[in-house]
Design a protein around this ligand. Structure first.
Ligand code: G4P
Length: 527
């Protein structure tokens, strides 16, 4: 591979690209906002929030969004902080949870998991965590809302380890909680950061200590809390995991931080540590081997396609993660799947509600490309030698519906619309055998409504959706004879790969036992 300009390499090394994963209401929006605030990217609180409440949303391009007051879109935000260029990828979480949410994680080099101290590990966190785990990216944990009473910190760590199967290393430890919350003991810097009610914690107030047993802590936070802190830290030192950078890099040990995002408390400490520990853009697998971000000219892949940002046009925006080298506006790149060169004239970057045309970007960044219908999820764009990044995985949908066209005369438009819209990737299409009936699968149930709306609005087609009782899809792998033997029980995905649908975990378990010669995969990755 050719060497690229050392200045570009420096730019790439500065990049940190991550996604925040959490269950709704744990504090993802608040945390994002505070991070952007520290980065100077926003000057006032409520900017990101506004997006969520759809007050001034860029993305209120669709009636359905306005009606529901939610955003069906996700994008990326970037800012500079202490010599780093940080990209936060937004993972839609409420009703707009969809396969896009999962796919966004394929564009991240690290994940930050936000957990509500009172609620612990919740359903959506588990799903998103699994995808991060599959990719082996580092996962950082921020336990939020310490200003409220919640679960015992040890109980929370035990829950994370038991439910998610990842070890933890608390970087700091809370002193009190709820009304007695007094701050955190920083195990790395050996200092106490003080929490104060009604403070915006713009500057961290702290004092250095010789250790958790330093009597000055007792003087500042009270003897009872000090005693409790000493007991807990000695228990952690003896029974807890050791700090191990190698395990953090592999996503097997999660550094844990405690704080209160709404009060700005612990956010900056988190960010500073995160920048020390999170990786720069990582190499990515392709059909010609690993592509190193700093040693290869421009390349990237499309991980998300968003339709009709402007309802007056059919334009779509394709989001591309740049994986290597430098990107420049107007540059001519190879569209590998189509086997032709295209010019990327108006790349955009998204900042809270604004879009701006960008002139240059580097590996690690995410940009939006105007898409006249030439991009598909997973497409590779590159310059120089042609290659393709590994296929974008599909993940198991959780809701399924049979779909038919109401008016048989419109069958052609229906076929075209379904194919084009499922290409965008938020709805998966399966075909039954041998009847070739169409089944749609989605991760978030809202996607059915979105599809129904768009088929009507963009293709003039009314559809009939009949919900099916399935909840799980598994991609099958096995030899041809074994797969043929159960063909009548399977459906195929859009690439003709065999898939089996199940109504419950129990059914799935029965099938895996019955068909021991077949592998049941949770996603299509690597198939
Ligand atoms: P999400 O994006 O993960 O869904 O969560 P979001 O940030 O919107 O936060 C959910 C709720 O939790 C919000 O309250 C928010 O203010 C609150 N919150 C976030 N961080 C903290 C924290 O550190 N401590 C406490 N006590 N609350 C926190 P809301 O009432 O739903 O919204 P709002 O009226 O505050 O906008």
């Amino acid at each position: 591979m050719s060497q690229i300009n050392p200045q570009w390499q420096q730019e790439i090394a500065k990049r940190r690209t991550f996604a925040i994963i959490s269950h709704p209401d744990a504090g993802k929006t608040t945390m994002t906002e505070k991070l952007l605030y520290f980065g100077g990217a926003i000057r006032e609180a409520g900017v990101v929030k506004g997006r969520k409440n759809s007050k001034h949303a860029t993305s209120d391009w669709m009636e359905i969004e306005k009606k529901r007051g939610i955003s069906v879109t996700s994008s990326a935000m970037d800012f500079e902080y202490k010599g780093h260029h940080i990209n936060i990828l937004d993972t839609p979480g409420h009703q707009d949870f969809s396969e896009d949410t999962y796919r966004t994680l394929t564009a991240a080099d690290a994940a930050v998991m936000i957990i509500d101290v009172a609620k612990g590990v919740e359903a959506q966190t588990i799903k998103l965590f699994k995808v991060c785990r599959m990719r082996g990216i580092p996962i950082f944990t921020f336990i939020n809302k310490l200003d409220r009473h919640g679960k015992d910190p040890f109980e929370l760590l035990e829950e994370i380890e038991r439910v998610l199967g990842i070890r933890t290393y608390p970087m700091n430890w809370p002193i009190g909680m709820g009304s007695s919350f007094s701050g955190v003991f920083d195990r790395v810097k050996s200092r106490v950061e003080l929490y104060q009610n009604d403070s915006d914690h713009e500057d961290i107030r702290f004092f250095e200590v010789s250790g958790a047993d330093d009597p000055i802590i007792g003087e500042r936070v009270g003897q009872d809390l000090w005693q409790q802190l000493q007991d807990e830290i000695s228990l952690l030192d003896v029974a807890g995991d050791q700090f191990d950078r190698g395990l953090i890099d592999k996503g097997e040990l999660s550094p844990v931080f405690f704080g209160s995002a709404i009060n700005n408390f612990g956010v900056q400490t988190f960010l500073d540590n995160f920048l020390q520990l999170a990786p720069p853009p990582s190499p990515k697998k392709s059909n010609v081997g690993l592509i190193e971000p700093g040693e290869h000219p421009f390349s990237g892949f499309i991980f998300k396609i968003q339709a009709n940002m402007n309802p007056a046009h059919r334009d779509r925006i394709a989001f591309m993660r740049i994986c290597s080298g430098r990107f420049e506006r107007g540059m001519s790149v190879k569209h590998v799947r189509l086997g032709k060169d295209i010019k990327l004239a108006q790349p955009v970057q998204f900042m809270a509600q604004d879009r701006e045309i960008i002139e240059e970007s580097f590996a690690g960044d995410v940009i939006g490309l105007f898409d006249p219908g030439i991009f598909q999820i997973g497409d590779t764009l590159c310059v120089g030698q042609s290659f393709e990044y590994e296929e974008m995985p599909h993940f198991s949908p959780e809701f399924f519906s049979k779909v038919m066209v109401k008016d048989a005369m419109k069958h052609k438009q229906f076929q075209k619309g379904i194919l084009q819209l499922t290409e965008e990737g938020t709805v998966q299409l399966f075909r039954t055998y041998p009847m070739e009936e169409l089944i749609l699968g989605v991760v978030g149930v809202l996607q059915f409504e979105v599809l129904e709306y768009r088929l009507k609005a963009e293709y003039g087609v009314d559809i009939v959706l009949t919900r099916m009782p399935f909840q799980i899809a598994r991609w099958l792998e096995g030899d041809k004879a074994a797969l043929d033997a159960i063909k009548s029980k399977t459906v195929t995905d859009r690439y003709g790969r065999p898939v089996m649908l199940f109504e419950s975990e129990y059914q799935l378990r029965v099938a895996t036992e019955k068909y021991a010669n077949i592998k049941f995969h949770e996603s299509s990755l690597g198939l």
